[in-house]
Design a protein around this ligand. Sequence first.
Ligand SMILES: [Fe+2]
Length: 369
Amino acid sequence: MKKSWIQHVRGETPRQARVGVVGKMHEELFGRQGFTGPAAMLYHQDSPNELIRIEGNLAVRSALTTEFPTEDSIDARADFTPLASNQDLQVGLSRRTENMPYAYRNTDGDLLYFVHRGEGIFATEFGPIYYEPGDYVLLPKGVTFRHMPRTKDGVFYVTESVEPIRFSEHEQVGRHAPFDPTLITVPDVEKYNWPEQDEWELRIKHSGEYSSAFYPNNPMDVIGWKGDLFPLKINIRDIIPISSDRIHLAPSSWATFETDKMMVVTFLPQIAVADLTAEELPSNHRNIDCDETVFIHDHPMLDGGIFSHAPQGLLHGPSDAIRKMFNAMRKPNARRQLTAVSVDAYAPLKPSEALIEHIKEKPSQGIGL
Ligand SMILES: [Fe+2]
């Protein structure tokens, strides 16, 4: 996207956006295409993000996924449970405890699993992918696999995307940041030694419906492969975030995967903004053209496994009280401690019935980053 350099300044503003604002005024980011399109910083005397109430359906919704009763946690034949979706993608939750009792093939989109908890194997026709917490496992549309958890505590944040999911390019920082591409793990063929059986079930998802095809030979029994289409994984410990100690960068700096319809951002511990007059916390922002979802993987003060959906239009970011508390405790050379995965969709996301029902039973505080 070409940037516009036609910019204007009116009224009272800091010399540089984000810097010199703490304790003086309240900054709000009004931008298109999430954080990457045309934008204006708006300056308020009073915090613009002190919500009294909402009339209507628009809301920041959040749920603790470690308490979320997914279908696949009680039925090995079930799929992941959607949390929010649009025509381009859905984000959902798997808490699978038992092996898939079939080989599975999803023709509705690429699948990106983020492993919050649990260990096991995605047994693919290309070979096994052994997973652990912090792994992103990318299973291209149509690949045949069986998810075989080794532990019962698994929590998986799943994105299904109609468009192929690719790694985000960060061209200006070279080929070895934010991670060394040789740390991407690609499976190798391995003999699975499945027990003998008369017929093999291949369960296929097509247009949201499931069918099973049965074969006399194991559809996973590949003895070799070559090409440029295959499943893979990378662990977030191997991602070194692009950072600055003078300005809070927009989260798109930490995009790990993307399509033309969404971006997957990895929030990782990193150096905080050292200039105490510059904002360290996220802007108040209304993220126009971008519905954000956040999945908290780890934080010293928040529960791991919190999922949150912040729809575009509604301002979010820390409240004035949280900003005041944070700034009173703030010290130079601090480090950020949040680890989270954010799937930012460019078309509005509709919360699923399962999410809405769960929040009715277990309401939790909406958060947004
Ligand atoms: Fe946000």
